[in-house]
Design a binder for this molecule. Structure first.
Ligand code: Z5A
Length: 215
């Protein structure tokens, strides 16, 4: 079975809160697709292009980051996405590739909308402007308690927490709820996967679900 009957590729996005295992699973699922002879492109947000990576540095590591307003943050994430969509994602989909993207517009809906409490009207309008007509075919939400994700992220050897990693636990609880509400209110494109199992178990569940749609 296939989502698309033309020769277009797919955009599959991975979402979830901090430490939920997105990056780990994006790489594993890429290998699964490759074994089935798909041409795969892995990318991430914010970043994925030279301009996007520069924006990422400002968002995560600017020495002036403490002064960043929620509105400026929203627009910077959107700017990185607008570049990624036009420079990388849209051409790859047109070339028939399976694009796996570590975070996409749902991160903005949840982190800036629910987490930072920016009104849903502007968030939606800016998201739509940034992506144009490029929407995910499928979005995998890896769900787990905020505490478990944060503990995993903090155990991972990283020199310094970035600006976004300095939020308190309540922020990440809101993020988790935001994703679950999104999947409930807009069913169709989302697959919600329990992220508390082992890496192999989570991979197996995601692959089982994706296979039904795209392989
Ligand atoms: N953000 C935003 O606010 N608005 C937006 O529009 C966008 C993003 C696009 C991006 O940070 C930040 O930007 C993010 C949201 C915000 N901020 N926060 N907070 P990032 O890209 O640097 O980080 P991240 O997206 O939050 O991902 P992460 O922390 O790197 O986590 P992850 O990719 O979900 O997990 P991982 O790297 O695959 O795994 C983390 C560790 O857990 C690692 O040691 C793994 O080996 C381990 N792991 C993974 N899976 C398991 C299982 N199943 N069991 C046990 N251990 C596991």
């Amino acid at each position: 079975m296939s989502l698309n009957d033309d020769n277009r590729g797919y955009l599959i996005t991975f979402e979830g809160s901090e430490g939920s295992g997105k990056t780990t699973q994006v790489n594993r699922i890429a290998e699964r697709f490759e074994k089935h002879n798909y041409d795969v492109l892995v990318t991430r947000e914010p970043g994925g292009t030279p301009i996007g990576e520069e924006i990422r540095r400002i968002l995560m590591h600017s020495e002036n980051g403490g002064a960043m307003t929620p509105e400026a943050e929203l627009l910077l994430f959107a700017a990185s996405r607008a570049q990624l969509v036009r420079e990388v994602i849209a051409p790859a989909i047109s070339a028939g590739k399976v694009v796996l993207c570590d975070r996409f517009l749902d991160s903005t809906t949840v982190y800036q909308g629910v987490g930072r409490r920016i009104a849903s009207g502007p968030v939606q309008m800016i998201n739509e402007f940034a992506v144009g007509r490029v929407m995910p075919d499928v979005t995998v939400i890896i769900d787990l308690p905020a505490e478990v994700g944060l503990e995993r992220a903090r155990r991972r050897a990283r020199e310094m927490p970035d600006r976004m990693e300095q939020e308190n636990i309540e922020f990440y609880r809101k993020v988790r709820q935001g994703y679950l509400i999104l999947a409930k209110t807009l069913p169709g494109r989302y697959i919600v996967v329990d992220g508390t199992g082992s890496i192999e178990e989570v991979e197996e569940t995601i692959w089982r679900e994706l296979k039904k749609l795209v392989v």
